[in-house]
Design a protein around this ligand. Structure first.
Ligand code: NAD
Ligand code: TYD
Length: 380
């Protein structure tokens, strides 16, 4: 298992979760070299890393993970011994419109990275000792769960029921052994990439770990996903497009808690294993949206209820998965991880961040940053 210091490549480090992981590793492991490899798609933004971009142990390389020769070169030239792979196309609605981009990046990109890592690590006398390929995946690969128990009674989501309450109620959870059953092009591409990672472990003994996490929220999330999109829309007085009846259930985790789990698993996880990451925090979309509205109105000094009228029910997403819910007891019991924040605290922290960083939101919604980076990196 890899011990710092070492040379760690983090892919997708300019994205939402990746930027939190890069920041944590650069600050926590000053003796390690952290190489952030990112293509800077619409979702990648170097403004997410302004506070650490000049640290001596940090390096950014603009590259496409599906470019096998480039991955070989980066891994060799930087003597990479650990990889934390987050780069991906990540938005379900985009995958419904453009599945091919998802297959290219998520499947072929992951395969290129696995192959490049294997080839380089094969050149070491001690081969795979101290090396690790850590693949970040999603709970969406497991498919969708019911929102009722076997008697057909709806579970008490959002009533601050504890994990034990939910378990006792008899609704199902995703565990590490739940059979894969992806429905969207996004989850199908992530499932496929997970299979390739496990195939490299089972066939070549490559030391790999896969983690499947629930929905993340927090600072620096691109405002196309539910929480940042709705915070922004409430601030602008724009409609909140709730898909279907708003009854779908998601399990939400604060992004810094995910980053802490990744750090722990990278250093203490067992190669060949899978860990589910989640905080037992399920919310029906419409209930979560009401909390968001209340929090934004409160923090902007508006009377409670001011923005309720923005809720607008729209046509449902195609193939919309009903419920995701992670059982993370393996991670909690084996490695001692637990989430640090209650959901209401996390939401308040997130709304405050978006209020304090309006420039960041204006920038990513105006497309200015894409033009800027196109110009800046076009010749590299
Ligand atoms: P994101 O869309 O915010 O960021 C993805 C990053 O990958 C961007 O910086 C983008 O530029 C980069 N990228 C995309 N294609 C690339 C390519 N071909 N080559 C190099 N870089 C490329 O995504 P996120 O929400 O931060 O998710 C990160 C990872 O975590 C993904 O693998 C995702 O599947 C997984 N995940 C996300 C969530 C969530 O709720 N956001 C939950 C569980 C797992
Ligand atoms: P999203 O943030 O896209 O994450 P995922 O689809 O990966 O879970 O969506 C979270 C939930 O919110 C999902 O049930 C779809 C719903 N949703 C809306 O109702 N309206 C929206 O505009 C968006 C983006 C999502």
């Amino acid at each position: 298992m890899p011990q710092s210091p070492q040379n760690i490549m983090i892919t997708g480090g300019a994205g939402f979760i990746g930027s939190h992981v890069v920041r944590l590793f650069v600050n926590k492991y000053p003796e390690s070299k952290i190489v952030n490899v990112d293509k800077l798609t619409y979702a990648g933004n170097l403004n997410n890393l302004k506070d650490i971009e000049n640290k001596p142990n940090y390096k950014f390389i603009k590259a496409d993970i599906a470019d096998l020769d480039k991955m070989r070169e980066i891994i060799r030239e930087n003597d990479i011994t650990g990889i934390i792979h987050l780069a991906a196309e990540s938005h379900v609605d985009r995958s419904i419109k453009d599945p091919f981009t998802f297959a290219r990046t998520n499947v072929m990109g992951t395969l290129a990275l696995l192959q490049a890592a294997k080839e380089y690590w094969d050149t070491f006398a001690d081969k795979y000792d101290g090396k690790l390929f850590y693949h970040i995946s999603t709970d969406e690969v497991y498919g969708a769960l019911e929102i009722t128990n076997p008697e057909g009674v709806k579970a008490p989501f959002t009533t601050k029921a504890s994990a034990d309450d939910h378990m006792a109620f008899g609704v199902e959870f995703f565990t590490e052994t739940t059979k894969y059953d992806p429905h969207s092009p996004y989850s199908a591409s992530k499932a496929s990439s997970d299979h390739f990672v496990r195939a490299y472990h089972d066939t070549y003994d490559l030391p790999t770990i896969v983690t499947n996490c629930s929905n993340n929220y927090g600072p620096y999330q691109f405002p196309e996903k539910l929480i940042p999109l709705f915070i922004n829309n409430i601030l602008q007085g724009r409609n909140l497009p709730v898909y279907g009846k708003g009854e779908n259930v998601r399990d939400w985790l604060f992004v810094e808690d995910h980053a802490r789990a990744i750090d722990l698993i990278f250093h203490e996880g067992k190669p060949g294993d899978t860990y589910n990451i989640g905080g037992f925090n399920e919310w029906k979309n419409i209930e979560l949206i009401k909390v968001l509205i209340k929090t934004v109105d409160k923090l902007t000094g508006k009377p409670e209820g001011t923005s309720d009228h923005l809720i607008t029910y729209v046509t449902d997403r195609l193939g919309h998965d009903m419920r995701y819910a992670i059982d993370s007891r393996k991670l909690q019991e084996e490695l001692g991880w637990e989430p640090s924040l209650q959901f209401e605290e996390g939401i308040e922290k997130t709304v405050k961040w978006y209020l304090d960083n309006k420039d960041w939101v204006d920038n990513v919604t105006s497309g200015d940053y894409e033009k800027y980076y196109d110009k800046m990196y076009s010749n590299r």
